[in-house]
Write a protein that binds this ligand. Sequence first.
Ligand code: IPM
Ligand code: MN
Length: 347
Amino acid sequence: MNYRIGVIRGDGTGPEVVAEALKVLEAVREGFEIEPAEFDLGADRYLRTGEVLPDEELERLKGCDAILLGAVGDPRVQPGILERDLLLRIRFALDQYVNLRPVIRYPGVQTLVPSHTEDDVNFVVVRENSEGLYTGTGGFHRKGTPHEVAVQESINTRHGVERIVRYAFDVASNRRKHLTLVHKTNVLTFAGDLYQRVVDEVAAEFPSVQTDYVHVDAACIYFLDQPSRFDVIVTDNMFGDIITDLGAMIQGGMGVASGANIAPDGVSMFEPIGGTAPDHAGRGTINPLAAIAAVQMLLASLGEEKAADRVHTGIGYATQRMKSMRAGEMGYGTPEVGDLVVEGATS
Ligand code: IPM
Ligand code: MN
Protein backbone atom coordinates (compact mmCIF):
# COMPACT_ATOMS: atom_id res chain seq x y z
CA MET A 1 0.00 0.00 0.00
CA ASN A 2 1.05 3.53 -0.69
CA TYR A 3 -0.82 6.35 1.05
CA ARG A 4 -0.71 9.89 -0.18
CA ILE A 5 -0.88 12.10 2.93
CA GLY A 6 -1.60 15.79 2.44
CA VAL A 7 0.51 17.79 4.87
CA ILE A 8 -0.55 21.30 5.85
CA ARG A 9 2.06 22.42 8.36
CA GLY A 10 0.33 25.79 8.76
CA ASP A 11 1.10 28.58 11.17
CA GLY A 12 2.63 29.19 14.60
CA THR A 13 3.67 25.93 16.22
CA GLY A 14 2.00 23.90 13.43
CA PRO A 15 5.25 23.10 11.58
CA GLU A 16 7.04 21.98 14.76
CA VAL A 17 4.34 19.56 15.85
CA VAL A 18 3.79 18.24 12.32
CA ALA A 19 7.50 17.43 12.06
CA GLU A 20 7.22 15.20 15.14
CA ALA A 21 3.98 13.65 13.94
CA LEU A 22 5.60 12.71 10.62
CA LYS A 23 8.65 11.35 12.43
CA VAL A 24 6.39 9.02 14.39
CA LEU A 25 4.37 8.08 11.30
CA GLU A 26 7.55 7.07 9.49
CA ALA A 27 8.77 5.09 12.50
CA VAL A 28 5.61 3.02 13.03
CA ARG A 29 4.71 2.17 9.46
CA GLU A 30 5.14 -1.41 8.40
CA GLY A 31 3.97 -2.96 5.17
CA PHE A 32 2.94 0.33 3.60
CA GLU A 33 4.52 3.49 2.24
CA ILE A 34 3.75 7.10 3.07
CA GLU A 35 3.96 9.61 0.29
CA PRO A 36 3.69 13.08 1.85
CA ALA A 37 2.18 15.80 -0.35
CA GLU A 38 3.12 19.22 0.98
CA PHE A 39 0.64 22.10 0.87
CA ASP A 40 1.87 25.63 1.32
CA LEU A 41 -1.25 27.02 3.00
CA GLY A 42 -1.67 29.39 5.91
CA ALA A 43 -0.69 32.88 6.98
CA ASP A 44 2.62 33.08 5.12
CA ARG A 45 1.12 32.27 1.77
CA TYR A 46 -1.77 34.61 2.40
CA LEU A 47 0.51 37.50 3.37
CA ARG A 48 2.79 36.78 0.40
CA THR A 49 0.17 36.25 -2.32
CA GLY A 50 -3.25 37.11 -0.94
CA GLU A 51 -4.37 33.51 -1.56
CA VAL A 52 -5.96 31.43 1.18
CA LEU A 53 -7.06 28.23 -0.55
CA PRO A 54 -6.90 28.34 -4.35
CA ASP A 55 -9.26 25.93 -6.12
CA GLU A 56 -6.33 23.89 -7.55
CA GLU A 57 -5.07 23.26 -4.02
CA LEU A 58 -8.51 22.14 -2.93
CA GLU A 59 -8.58 19.73 -5.88
CA ARG A 60 -5.15 18.38 -4.89
CA LEU A 61 -6.41 17.87 -1.33
CA LYS A 62 -9.28 15.81 -2.71
CA GLY A 63 -6.71 13.50 -4.29
CA CYS A 64 -5.10 12.57 -0.96
CA ASP A 65 -5.89 9.51 1.15
CA ALA A 66 -5.87 11.64 4.31
CA ILE A 67 -4.69 15.06 5.46
CA LEU A 68 -2.56 16.03 8.43
CA LEU A 69 -2.99 19.63 9.57
CA GLY A 70 -0.76 21.49 12.02
CA ALA A 71 -2.76 24.60 12.85
CA VAL A 72 -3.89 27.76 11.11
CA GLY A 73 -4.28 31.31 12.40
CA ASP A 74 -1.80 34.12 12.85
CA PRO A 75 -1.86 37.41 14.77
CA ARG A 76 -0.73 39.23 11.58
CA VAL A 77 -3.92 38.19 9.79
CA GLN A 78 -7.33 39.59 10.61
CA PRO A 79 -9.19 36.97 12.70
CA GLY A 80 -11.61 34.87 10.70
CA ILE A 81 -9.93 34.87 7.31
CA LEU A 82 -7.78 31.75 7.66
CA GLU A 83 -10.25 30.08 9.98
CA ARG A 84 -13.16 30.52 7.61
CA ASP A 85 -11.55 30.38 4.18
CA LEU A 86 -9.03 27.66 4.93
CA LEU A 87 -10.01 25.41 7.84
CA LEU A 88 -13.79 25.66 7.59
CA ARG A 89 -13.66 25.66 3.79
CA ILE A 90 -11.78 22.36 3.78
CA ARG A 91 -14.19 20.85 6.33
CA PHE A 92 -17.17 21.93 4.24
CA ALA A 93 -15.80 21.30 0.74
CA LEU A 94 -14.61 17.80 1.63
CA ASP A 95 -17.84 17.16 3.53
CA GLN A 96 -16.00 16.22 6.71
CA TYR A 97 -19.22 16.24 8.61
CA VAL A 98 -17.94 14.49 11.73
CA ASN A 99 -15.54 16.07 14.16
CA LEU A 100 -14.43 13.21 16.37
CA ARG A 101 -12.68 14.35 19.52
CA PRO A 102 -11.60 11.71 22.02
CA VAL A 103 -11.33 12.92 25.60
CA ILE A 104 -8.97 10.39 27.09
CA ARG A 105 -6.31 10.45 29.74
CA TYR A 106 -2.90 9.02 28.89
CA PRO A 107 -1.06 7.26 31.73
CA GLY A 108 0.74 9.56 34.14
CA VAL A 109 -0.70 12.80 32.74
CA GLN A 110 -1.54 15.34 35.42
CA THR A 111 -4.61 17.53 35.04
CA LEU A 112 -6.07 20.49 36.85
CA VAL A 113 -8.72 18.27 38.45
CA PRO A 114 -6.96 16.21 41.12
CA SER A 115 -10.13 14.31 42.07
CA HIS A 116 -10.28 12.55 38.67
CA THR A 117 -8.69 9.15 38.52
CA GLU A 118 -7.03 8.14 35.24
CA ASP A 119 -10.00 5.94 34.40
CA ASP A 120 -12.62 8.63 35.00
CA VAL A 121 -11.88 10.45 31.76
CA ASN A 122 -12.57 8.23 28.78
CA PHE A 123 -15.17 9.41 26.32
CA VAL A 124 -15.56 10.71 22.77
CA VAL A 125 -17.30 13.81 21.53
CA VAL A 126 -18.95 13.46 18.13
CA ARG A 127 -19.28 17.07 17.06
CA GLU A 128 -21.40 17.96 14.04
CA ASN A 129 -18.91 19.63 11.68
CA SER A 130 -20.79 20.92 8.65
CA GLU A 131 -23.66 23.14 9.78
CA GLY A 132 -25.16 24.81 12.87
CA LEU A 133 -23.78 28.28 13.58
CA TYR A 134 -20.77 27.61 11.34
CA THR A 135 -22.44 28.03 7.96
CA GLY A 136 -21.98 31.80 7.97
CA THR A 137 -25.68 32.37 7.41
CA GLY A 138 -26.94 35.79 8.42
CA GLY A 139 -25.66 39.30 8.00
CA PHE A 140 -25.67 42.88 9.11
CA HIS A 141 -28.42 45.38 8.79
CA ARG A 142 -27.66 49.10 9.24
CA LYS A 143 -24.07 48.23 10.08
CA GLY A 144 -22.12 50.86 11.96
CA THR A 145 -25.22 52.77 13.03
CA PRO A 146 -26.79 52.88 16.48
CA HIS A 147 -29.58 50.70 15.07
CA GLU A 148 -27.25 48.04 13.79
CA VAL A 149 -28.55 44.47 13.65
CA ALA A 150 -26.30 41.41 13.46
CA VAL A 151 -28.02 38.12 12.63
CA GLN A 152 -26.15 34.82 12.85
CA GLU A 153 -28.33 31.82 12.24
CA SER A 154 -27.91 28.21 13.23
CA ILE A 155 -28.71 25.93 10.31
CA ASN A 156 -29.76 22.41 11.23
CA THR A 157 -30.94 20.15 8.45
CA ARG A 158 -32.72 16.85 8.95
CA HIS A 159 -30.11 15.25 6.70
CA GLY A 160 -27.23 16.80 8.64
CA VAL A 161 -28.60 15.94 12.06
CA GLU A 162 -29.50 12.42 11.03
CA ARG A 163 -26.10 11.57 9.63
CA ILE A 164 -24.19 12.84 12.67
CA VAL A 165 -26.53 11.14 15.11
CA ARG A 166 -26.28 7.86 13.20
CA TYR A 167 -22.50 8.13 13.17
CA ALA A 168 -22.49 8.72 16.94
CA PHE A 169 -24.71 5.70 17.57
CA ASP A 170 -22.33 3.64 15.50
CA VAL A 171 -19.35 4.83 17.58
CA ALA A 172 -21.28 4.11 20.77
CA SER A 173 -22.23 0.61 19.62
CA ASN A 174 -18.50 -0.14 19.38
CA ARG A 175 -17.73 1.27 22.84
CA ARG A 176 -19.62 1.14 26.14
CA LYS A 177 -22.97 1.55 24.34
CA HIS A 178 -24.02 4.78 25.95
CA LEU A 179 -24.88 7.91 23.97
CA THR A 180 -25.59 11.32 25.45
CA LEU A 181 -27.15 14.10 23.43
CA VAL A 182 -25.72 17.42 24.64
CA HIS A 183 -27.77 20.43 23.58
CA LYS A 184 -29.88 23.20 25.04
CA THR A 185 -33.39 21.97 24.34
CA ASN A 186 -34.88 24.20 27.02
CA VAL A 187 -33.98 27.32 25.04
CA LEU A 188 -33.14 26.16 21.50
CA THR A 189 -36.59 24.72 21.12
CA PHE A 190 -36.34 24.19 17.34
CA ALA A 191 -32.80 22.93 16.77
CA GLY A 192 -32.78 21.07 20.07
CA ASP A 193 -36.14 19.51 19.31
CA LEU A 194 -34.90 18.26 15.94
CA TYR A 195 -31.81 16.71 17.54
CA GLN A 196 -33.85 15.05 20.27
CA ARG A 197 -36.40 13.61 17.85
CA VAL A 198 -33.68 12.28 15.58
CA VAL A 199 -31.88 10.67 18.53
CA ASP A 200 -35.15 9.00 19.59
CA GLU A 201 -35.80 7.75 16.06
CA VAL A 202 -32.30 6.45 15.33
CA ALA A 203 -32.22 4.80 18.78
CA ALA A 204 -34.65 2.23 17.40
CA GLU A 205 -31.94 1.05 14.97
CA PHE A 206 -29.45 0.57 17.83
CA PRO A 207 -31.35 -1.27 20.57
CA SER A 208 -28.10 -2.10 22.41
CA VAL A 209 -27.22 1.58 22.91
CA GLN A 210 -28.64 3.38 25.91
CA THR A 211 -29.40 7.09 25.40
CA ASP A 212 -29.31 10.05 27.71
CA TYR A 213 -29.71 13.81 27.45
CA VAL A 214 -27.75 16.58 29.20
CA HIS A 215 -27.99 20.35 28.71
CA VAL A 216 -24.73 21.84 27.50
CA ASP A 217 -24.22 24.00 30.59
CA ALA A 218 -24.80 21.02 32.86
CA ALA A 219 -22.40 19.00 30.70
CA CYS A 220 -19.66 21.49 31.67
CA ILE A 221 -20.34 20.73 35.32
CA TYR A 222 -20.26 16.97 34.70
CA PHE A 223 -16.98 17.20 32.78
CA LEU A 224 -15.44 18.34 36.06
CA ASP A 225 -17.68 16.61 38.55
CA GLN A 226 -18.54 13.26 37.01
CA PRO A 227 -16.85 12.68 33.63
CA SER A 228 -17.29 8.91 33.91
CA ARG A 229 -20.99 9.33 33.14
CA PHE A 230 -20.03 9.91 29.48
CA ASP A 231 -19.12 7.36 26.84
CA VAL A 232 -20.12 9.02 23.56
CA ILE A 233 -21.52 12.55 23.30
CA VAL A 234 -23.26 13.84 20.20
CA THR A 235 -23.70 17.57 19.88
CA ASP A 236 -23.93 20.42 17.40
CA ASN A 237 -21.02 22.31 15.89
CA MET A 238 -20.76 25.24 18.30
CA PHE A 239 -21.46 23.35 21.51
CA GLY A 240 -18.98 20.73 20.34
CA ASP A 241 -16.33 23.38 19.77
CA ILE A 242 -16.73 24.78 23.26
CA ILE A 243 -17.03 21.59 25.29
CA THR A 244 -14.04 19.98 23.60
CA ASP A 245 -11.77 22.75 24.88
CA LEU A 246 -12.99 21.93 28.36
CA GLY A 247 -12.55 18.27 27.46
CA ALA A 248 -8.94 18.96 26.50
CA MET A 249 -8.31 20.48 29.91
CA ILE A 250 -9.52 17.39 31.75
CA GLN A 251 -7.27 15.28 29.52
CA GLY A 252 -4.21 17.24 30.55
CA GLY A 253 -4.30 20.33 28.35
CA MET A 254 -4.41 21.39 24.71
CA GLY A 255 -1.01 19.76 24.19
CA VAL A 256 -2.53 16.29 24.24
CA ALA A 257 -5.95 16.79 22.62
CA SER A 258 -6.50 15.80 19.01
CA GLY A 259 -9.39 15.66 16.62
CA ALA A 260 -10.43 14.06 13.37
CA ASN A 261 -12.50 15.81 10.72
CA ILE A 262 -14.05 12.77 9.14
CA ALA A 263 -15.66 12.46 5.74
CA PRO A 264 -16.96 8.89 6.01
CA ASP A 265 -17.10 8.67 2.21
CA GLY A 266 -14.21 10.95 1.36
CA VAL A 267 -10.95 12.47 2.51
CA SER A 268 -10.56 13.04 6.25
CA MET A 269 -8.29 15.52 8.01
CA PHE A 270 -6.53 15.04 11.35
CA GLU A 271 -5.32 17.81 13.64
CA PRO A 272 -4.19 18.74 17.10
CA ILE A 273 -7.03 20.93 18.39
CA GLY A 274 -4.95 23.42 20.34
CA GLY A 275 -4.36 26.04 17.67
CA THR A 276 -1.17 27.83 16.71
CA ALA A 277 0.08 28.92 20.19
CA PRO A 278 1.98 31.92 18.72
CA ASP A 279 3.95 32.59 21.92
CA HIS A 280 5.50 29.11 21.74
CA ALA A 281 6.25 29.24 18.01
CA GLY A 282 9.82 28.52 16.98
CA ARG A 283 11.02 27.70 20.49
CA GLY A 284 10.84 23.93 20.50
CA THR A 285 8.71 24.02 23.64
CA ILE A 286 5.30 23.04 22.31
CA ASN A 287 3.92 19.63 23.17
CA PRO A 288 3.64 17.54 19.97
CA LEU A 289 1.57 14.74 21.56
CA ALA A 290 -1.72 16.11 20.22
CA ALA A 291 -0.39 16.05 16.66
CA ILE A 292 1.03 12.59 17.26
CA ALA A 293 -2.34 11.41 18.58
CA ALA A 294 -3.85 12.85 15.39
CA VAL A 295 -1.55 10.51 13.45
CA GLN A 296 -2.90 7.62 15.50
CA MET A 297 -6.42 8.49 14.36
CA LEU A 298 -5.22 8.97 10.79
CA LEU A 299 -3.71 5.48 10.74
CA ALA A 300 -6.82 3.96 12.26
CA SER A 301 -8.97 5.62 9.59
CA LEU A 302 -6.78 4.08 6.88
CA GLY A 303 -7.33 0.68 8.47
CA GLU A 304 -3.69 0.49 9.64
CA GLU A 305 -4.71 -0.61 13.13
CA LYS A 306 -1.37 -2.13 14.02
CA ALA A 307 0.54 1.05 13.30
CA ALA A 308 -2.15 3.07 15.10
CA ASP A 309 -1.78 0.86 18.19
CA ARG A 310 1.95 1.41 18.12
CA VAL A 311 1.45 5.16 18.19
CA HIS A 312 -0.90 4.74 21.14
CA THR A 313 1.67 2.66 23.00
CA GLY A 314 4.36 5.21 22.17
CA ILE A 315 2.29 8.08 23.53
CA GLY A 316 1.63 6.20 26.77
CA TYR A 317 5.33 5.45 27.08
CA ALA A 318 6.16 9.12 26.59
CA THR A 319 3.57 10.38 29.08
CA GLN A 320 4.82 7.91 31.72
CA ARG A 321 8.32 9.27 31.25
CA MET A 322 7.04 12.83 31.44
CA LYS A 323 5.04 12.03 34.55
CA SER A 324 6.74 14.37 36.95
CA MET A 325 5.47 17.35 34.97
CA ARG A 326 2.67 19.49 36.33
CA ALA A 327 -0.51 20.03 34.30
CA GLY A 328 0.20 22.01 31.16
CA GLU A 329 3.95 21.91 31.69
CA MET A 330 6.21 19.95 29.40
CA GLY A 331 9.75 19.80 30.71
CA TYR A 332 11.01 18.14 27.52
CA GLY A 333 11.68 19.84 24.20
CA THR A 334 9.36 19.21 21.24
CA PRO A 335 11.75 16.85 19.35
CA GLU A 336 12.62 14.93 22.53
CA VAL A 337 8.95 14.12 23.08
CA GLY A 338 8.75 12.88 19.48
CA ASP A 339 11.81 10.71 20.15
CA LEU A 340 10.25 9.29 23.32
CA VAL A 341 7.13 8.29 21.39
CA VAL A 342 9.23 6.63 18.71
CA GLU A 343 11.22 4.79 21.36
CA GLY A 344 8.05 3.53 23.06
CA ALA A 345 6.34 2.69 19.78
CA THR A 346 9.18 0.65 18.34
CA SER A 347 10.62 -1.11 21.37
C1 IPM B 1 -11.51 24.10 16.39
C2 IPM B 1 -11.22 25.56 16.20
C3 IPM B 1 -11.96 26.05 14.96
C4 IPM B 1 -13.44 25.82 15.19
C5 IPM B 1 -11.68 27.50 14.60
C6 IPM B 1 -10.20 27.75 14.42
C7 IPM B 1 -12.46 27.94 13.38
O1 IPM B 1 -11.54 26.30 17.33
O2 IPM B 1 -11.17 23.31 15.49
O3 IPM B 1 -12.07 23.74 17.42
O4 IPM B 1 -14.11 26.67 15.80
O5 IPM B 1 -13.94 24.79 14.78
MN1 MN C 1 -12.19 25.04 18.99
